[in-house]
Ligand binder design. Sequence first.
Ligand code: ADP
Ligand code: MG
Length: 668
Amino acid sequence: MISVALLKDVRGVGPKSLTLLNKIGINTIDDLVTHYPFRYELLERCNLLTTKDGDKIVIDGRIESVPLLMRFKAGLNKMNFRLVTPSGVVGISIFNRAFLKSQLNIGTTITVIGKYDKTKNVITANEIKMGGLSDKTRIEPVYHSTSGLTSKTLSSYINMALLEFGNDIEDYIPEEYRVKYNFLNKKTSLNVIHNPSTMDKLKEVTIRLKYEELFNFMFKINYLKYLKKKEEHGLERVIDRSKVDEIISKIPFQLTNDQLKVIDEILKDLGSKGRMNRLLQGDVGSGKTIVSFVALIINYYSGYQGALMAPTEILATQHYNNLVKFLKDYKDIKVALLTGSTPKKDKTKIYKELEEGKINIIIGTHALIQDDVSYNNLGLVVTDEQHRFGVHQRANLQNKGIRPDVLYMSATPIPRTYALTIYGDMDVSTIKEKPNNRQKIETILKRNDEIKDVLNMMLEELKQHHQIYVIAPLIEDANENSDLTSVIQLKEDMSLAFGEYYKIDIIHGKMANGAKDIIMDKFKNNEVQILISTTVVEVGVDVPNATCMVIFDADRFGLSTLHQLRGRVGRGADKSKCILISDSDTERLSIMERCDDGFEISEEDFKLRGHGDLFGTKQSGDMIFRIANIRSDYKILLQAKKDSEEFLENRKADKVLKEKLINSIEKG
Ligand code: ADP
Ligand code: MG
């Protein structure tokens, strides 16, 4: 990590580009230099003789004549010059690059990409790159970027940052492993990955950078495992089986076998001397919440306080309301809700009552693990949507109070082998089975010009007194040129179509939390029929009467995100629909039509996007790898696991680096 220099210190990065960089998640120099190309363009030299008339051509050569510059109206311009290439002399003409003229001198070597007019022997170039093609092929990095910031500019910032600060970049691979595997140093590796000269070199440094990332990650996991082994568990409890049966009998539906099995596994953990550190994974809609409720209630009856932590306020509030409803016959159990937006006065009261043990079960966001919260006798902590929290929060939680039992829940289904490795510090329970009242969600792809069909389908649902979610990637239109759909704009459109008979409202992340709650409540109570939203409803929200999900600009989202969004419908017994609207990327999106298994979808995402969003969207904790891919790099992961274990245990190993790695767990 480069601690001293800031992104704005990189030469060339002004306030405007800083905003654009921030927009794509680049906030530090570290982020910048590890913003890896998502693909490379291979430029292979063509031959003038064999290239057909009108075909695309890539060719390099030496400039033979001074470019002749012509200027036209409206600021347009054109340059003509001759280029000596390995397969003959050719005329080059290029529009609107007058600014390049000073660089295009006689004798300069350049590469031209364009269209070849064979009869005139002229290439109309779209692009001129300085320098020639080495080894016939030239490898150009292509970056994910945003409008106003070209891949090329991004590349120049990255290279400038490497030039100016490259020596300060921390290398997290301990010396002994660097030597063992003959790895290049960090700076060189970064230089190569951003400017590869050959495919072999690129491959070599890719492995090295992946290894580093996985080493770093596995070190953290191993460290947590080590902490867990070391500690004593102070909780003694007796599990009252008849109480368990009583609670289960109050559940208004029949639990699935998998739910019962998992409840059993949890009760065993709670009843044993060891400390529970269990991950419960199950696809969206598999019914994890009720399992956690049973665990929390049993925890209460064995004499301890319990906490349930959710990644968003909407979800926390929903859990709170559900639990209160479920516990209406249990007057003795006091439940409270604590989130970032709980008024100060109430917060103080809740803190006090938590400390005095008057509150038995607390539900909230990560406000629950803030330093100023102390518990009377916390016995169980549940985190929902665990993949949204990072390893550091895992560490933080474990250190709270009297070392409670911990249950993590995650809708990101990953196969057992992977889970055992990347959640190496936990036991894993899986719910595979979905409640059997579920029908498959019908997923339909639509183009923008088929919006009428979409509106008709929506109307059908509304007529059946069902409710609808509509998702857009933006809150409001970013600028006039953006063709992305926004929540605000959809509100207008939908009001025109349905406003007369149905109530429409919006919800998004920038709204005050109180306002969000009110709208969610209205939607829950069917006072609002169409809820237009950003992905804030992605996690956890449960409104069984909502049977239709319409996602605009679906190509903007990863498949796993779409799967999560789709999981908001199909939660009751009614047949549900998910409509994906997009004009592009249909092949990828069609996977959603045929597949409804969260694991399979994340696998597909992986294959298609290289990294995929197995762990949800960008803000989802630290399971996002910048370059590694736990599936295809599993061998490297296993090696990194072994090495990091060895490194952790080795007393003679680099203490400073070890310290740094450990600190980064707490910081996150
Ligand atoms: P997730 O695993 O995605 O968190 P939830 O716990 O929110 O899923 O459950 C989804 C919905 O299914 C909720 O409305 C819940 O009440 C209901 N549900 C859970 N288990 C069952 C079951 N065994 N039978 C019927 N409905 C169930
Ligand atoms: Mg859930």
